[in-house]
Write a protein that binds this ligand. Structure first.
Ligand code: KG4
Ligand code: ZN
Length: 339
């Protein structure tokens, strides 16, 4: 019976420690996520501190999730863990726990690419989803367009040639004194602003490919802001936020839609922190509807880093018995891949 087979999943690639238990039909029994607010005072994530905090938290979270799920450890059928990309020390904490858990219970270890986890977050609210689909994965450090032909096979269609979309939100928000992470605050401010207030450049707009580039936009925003008095920036922050947001989001939508339309793709999945963006969701949906395509995105908590999405990405691997050896290592190389 599919419903009584459970996977324990761990996520510790950056500054969130997360543990979840899921059934093989994408139901989450329980998830707990501990976000490390300790980094805030440093204005960025300190990798060594992140690893230590994961070590402090992970065992408590595992115990609590097992207890709240009302299952016995002996009922777990596999342990899934994200092993790439991410902060290497943080990944090693999750992987070490996952290995020891799998070994002590005599159950398989399933290793998951964190970015694929962001794509599979969509299955938790839409377990009926079936490839083929186009997936736009947009997080703090990654921007990739993928075409899935099956639930474990995909082609890379495009990616950022330099900075990621999320990073552009974060760095420009920092320049405007809006704190970290930048995406949610720019999204909120932009609701009252004019996206045509400043016309920031759209990189690679005329290029007939599906790559993205954000370093030019970042420099242009930096130069623009450096030439304005700070009180003027504060006074116009909604208009600036709306213009910056449009410059980041428009190329993501246009290139994704262009590929989908040209190739007759009827399903588009969004995933990663930036998939929480309200303009991205609305624009993508409107343009997809025009040619009969459907857009899927996870609810906002599932767009952020979480272990439920790692469990979801592990399900097709469990079904196909794609298990990892206990000698597997974590690694921090960027990008989406099947591990
Ligand atoms: O996927 P995620 O939680 O972590 C990584 O794997 O990187 O993504 C974090 C990113 C940050 O850059 C954050 O600013 C961005 O997601 N983000 C948003 C929004 N909410 C979070 N960007 C735009 N609009 C949002 N509403
Ligand atoms: Zn992420």
């Amino acid at each position: 019976m599919i419903q009584s087979e459970y996977i324990l999943a761990l996520e510790s690639s950056c500054d969130d420690t997360s543990v979840a238990i899921a059934t093989l039909d994408y139901k989450i029994l329980y998830e707990l996520t501990s976000s490390q607010t300790e980094h805030e005072k440093y204005g960025g994530i300190l990798p060594e501190l992140a690893s230590r905090l994961h070590m402090q938290n992970i065992m408590y979270l595992i115990e609590e999730v097992i207890s709240k799920s009302n299952i016995k450890p002996s009922e777990l059928k596999a342990v899934a863990v994200s092993i790439n990309p991410g902060l290497i020390g943080s990944l090693i904490v999750g992987l070490s726990f996952a290995k020891s858990f799998a070994w002590s219970l005599g159950i398989p270890l399933i290793t998951v690419n964190h970015m694929l986890g962001h794509v599979f977050a969509n299955y938790i609210e839409h377990p009926e989803l079936e490839p083929p689909y186009l997936a736009l994965v947009i997080s703090g450090g990654h921007t990739e367009l993928l075409y899935f032909t099956s639930d474990i096979e995909f082609e890379h269609i495009g990616k950022t040639l330099d900075d990621a979309a999320g990073e552009t939100f974060d760095k420009t928000a920092k320049l405007m004194g809006l704190g970290y992470p930048g995406g949610p605050v720019i999204d909120k401010l932009a609701k009252d602003g004019n996206p045509d207030f400043v016309m920031f450049p759209r990189a690679l707009k005329m290029k007939d490919n599906y790559n993205f580039s954000y370093s030019g936009l970042k420099t242009s925003i930096l130069q623009y802001l450096a030439n304005q008095p700070m009180d003027w920036v504060a006074e116009h922050r909604s208009d600036l936020a709306a213009s910056i947001q449009m410059a980041i989001i428009e190329p993501l939508v246009n290139k994704t839609i262009r590929y989908a339309q040209r190739n007759g793709i009827k399903q588009i999945l969004l995933g990663g922190g930036v998939a929480a963006n309200s303009l991205l969701r609305a624009m993508m949906q409107e343009k997809a509807q025009a040619f009969g395509a459907k857009v899927y995105y996870p609810s906002i908590p599932l767009c952020m880093d979480n272990a439920s999405m790692i469990a979801a990405a592990a399900i097709p691997k469990y079904m196909k018995k794609q298990f990892s050896s206990l000698s597997v290592n974590a690694f921090s190389d960027k990008g989406t891949r099947v591990l």
